[in-house]
Write a protein that binds this ligand. Structure first.
Ligand code: AQP
Length: 327
């Protein structure tokens, strides 16, 4: 079976963007792949985090993985920091990465823009992400569009390692959904929906109440037109809402357009809110049950134990290939 690896940062409340772009695909892939899904806390600390918030968000994100439908009997669910081999391989791959490559990463440019001081971790984190993937020799990496560039760097580093030290790593492929790979902010369709956006109205959080969801969707920016038509170049706001509708209802984009032909934005938005509420309500109920049961800590421990076995084997091989003296 092919191997799958992906992760989500506990850097805020998970959004509908994280769900549609990544989490939903984790759930689909677990049935016929060997899957490792991590809460990537080492990535989250590349920007300052309050320790108490980080702990709570980490447990919350792990519980959301399970609430969204990841079955811990099928897929390993764990904290990145619990599998220490990630950081070790991350350092080794950092030494293979050039400054120029890291400077070209658009996510670094976006997250460092306008900041007086930027941590070195934010700069080198794509090498750690490469280690996350390569430590399992993953074949497939389900991610949203924004992570495509980091995946390309991972492939470059795998190739560089192989040509320098001997053929070892497989070339991982991104698994990017055709629809929903980039869900945009509700208040500004030129920016992706992001959990660290300080404006709560820009995103739908997976744990928002039905009323919060209704309010946010009713206030979502549209255009001065009237047609519910999918046209990302000319109608980016409405196209984003159609994408969300499609992803939460199971209808195709064309079916959504047909359903609202001749109708105004008002009824479309009202129905969209109910479609999102219906998609999230069962997930939220499962989330509450999981948090109450306290089972998440043992799920994380078991996931980390299984993942560590795979990771340790790769690390030992890599150390040997690079010329480290055996322990
Ligand atoms: N808006 C989005 N649309 C589709 N997919 C998205 N992803 C993130 N935003 C969208 C995908 O979610 C996965 C987890 O992302 P991450 O937590 O590793 O960090 P990120 O990509 O930087 O996501 P955020 O929400 O924007 O977090 P912050 O604000 O902390 O930087 C990835 O597969 C990502 O592609």
């Amino acid at each position: 079976m092919k191997r799958v690896l992906s992760g989500i940062q506990p850097s805020g409340k998970l959004t509908l963007g994280n769900y549609i772009g990544a989490l939903k695909n984790f759930v689909t892939l677990q049935h016929d792949h060997v899957c490792n899904f991590m809460v990537v806390d080492l990535h989250a600390i590349t920007v300052p985090q309050n320790p108490a918030d980080l702990r709570e968000q980490s447990e919350s994100v792990a519980a959301l993985f399970v609430a969204a439908g990841i079955d811990p009997a099928k897929a390993n669910v764990y904290m990145q920091s619990h599998v220490r081999q990630h950081a070790q391989l991350g350092w080794m791959l950092t030494t293979l990465t050039s400054m120029g490559e890291l400077e070209r990463m658009t996510q670094f440019k976006d997250k460092s823009a306008g900041k007086e001081s930027v941590g070195a971790g934010l700069f080198v984190y794509p090498a750690l992400m490469a280690a996350d993937i390569l430590i399992y020799n993953a074949d497939l990496v389900p991610v949203g569009e924004d992570q495509k560039q980091h995946l390309e760097l991972t492939r470059d580093l795998a190739g560089r390692f192989n040509s320098r030290y001997g053929e070892y790593f497989k070339m991982p492929e991104p698994y990017i959904p055709k629809v929903g790979a980039r869900i945009m902010s509700l208040d500004d369709a030129s920016k992706k929906m992001s959990k660290s956006n300080p404006n709560p109205g820009s995103m739908i959080a997976l744990l928002d109440t039905p009323d919060e969801i209704r309010k946010k969707i009713s206030r979502a920016t549209t255009d001065s037109g009237r047609e519910v038509r999918f046209d990302p170049a000319n109608k980016p706001e409405v196209s984003n809402l159609i994408t969300i509708y499609s992803q939460c209802s199971g209808l195709s984009v064309a079916e959504v357009e047909a359903r609202y032909e001749g109708q105004m934005y008002g009824p479309f938005k009202k129905d969209l809110a109910e479609v999102v509420v219906s998609e999230l309500e069962p997930l939220q109920q499962r989330y509450r049950d999981i948090r109450q049961s306290g089972e998440i800590r043992s799920i994380l421990r078991q996931g980390a134990e299984k993942a560590s076995e795979m990771a340790e084997k790769t690390l030992t091989d890599v150390q040997q290939l690079m010329g480290f003296l055996p322990y």
